[in-house]
Design a protein around this ligand. Sequence first.
Ligand code: F6R
Length: 365
Amino acid sequence: DKANYRHFMAKEIHEQPEVVGHTLARYVDMATERIALPVKLPFDFKDIQRISIVACGTASYAGYVGKYWIERFGRLPVELDVASEFRYREAPLRKGDLAIFISQSGETADTLAALRYAKAEGVHTLSVVNVATSTIARESETVLQTLAGPEIGVASTKAFTCQLMVLAAIAVAAGKARGELSDADENRLVKGLVEIPRLMAAALSTEPQIEKLAREIAKHKDVVYLGRGTSYPLALEGALKLKEISYIHAEGYAAGELKHGPIALIDENMPVVVIAPHDKVFEKTVSNMQEVAARGGNIILMTDARGAAEATVDSLVTIVLPDMASAFTPMVYAVPVQLLAYHTAVVMGTDVDQPRNLAKSVTVE
Ligand code: F6R
């Protein structure tokens, strides 16, 4: 049931600190601050030359973040595909390599077909699924479950952040197995993961501010989302979430791509949501924000206290998230991104949990 929430989506957004915490507890050993995958992998990351990550929709954006983490911590090349493309383009796969499939339902037709293709090609298959009894789980060589619990709202929220937690654990495990991370690196990264549920809970306290902002966003026909690094897939996710439940047109772009076309859209009417934790690429994103500001765009900046202090740009609204030392910001920044879509949809009066034309599980291609 919806407990005291108006919609399942609201309940599921608010559940995230708890369920991401459960997922964390399944993948790390808190006592030793080590990654401890619940199953023994039938391969060694040292022998893998390339990983293919395959998923649809929101799960594919989790995969996109996972790609950045696995490449950074494991120094292992990762290719990301949406399943509908992967299955028909007959991507050449090397026997013994690894393909990762991400799916909340575990029943998505294209993702399942992609899994079957990968198996036939002789690669190891690992699925990150929420429904343990699903077809994708049953047919995968290895299953790493997300412990999000049943997700009822059609728009995926808690499954996404739990997928990110599992992918973070995979990335650190890969880095460790490949000798790219030391024991101390692993401890530091695991400490960063252990902080996440608390930081997500803190991020939920931006809700009153976001509710107000949503009334402004609801007046617009188009919204642009920008991000760099792991905030780029989150920009894609923010735009998808807004589109699917509020029916407001939105686009997510890599902040550096702005000047290659989309900047033509920017005028004094365009809200631009900039997702910019104070990380390695923060300065670069600030210069993209300046380009937006110079054209009168209304900047909604999602950053931390340091970022807010250092961003030399006038924003319409700055949403301040907790300062984070780790690279795991997408799990925390997902919260305001989801809340913004949710509250905008509520203002628009749409059917938040059952948006038009959408089904929770897409079992036809
Ligand atoms: C977006 C959304 C969809 C799903 C996609 C994959 O909010 O819910 O984009 O993420 O259909 O579904 P699963 O994860 O069940 O394979």
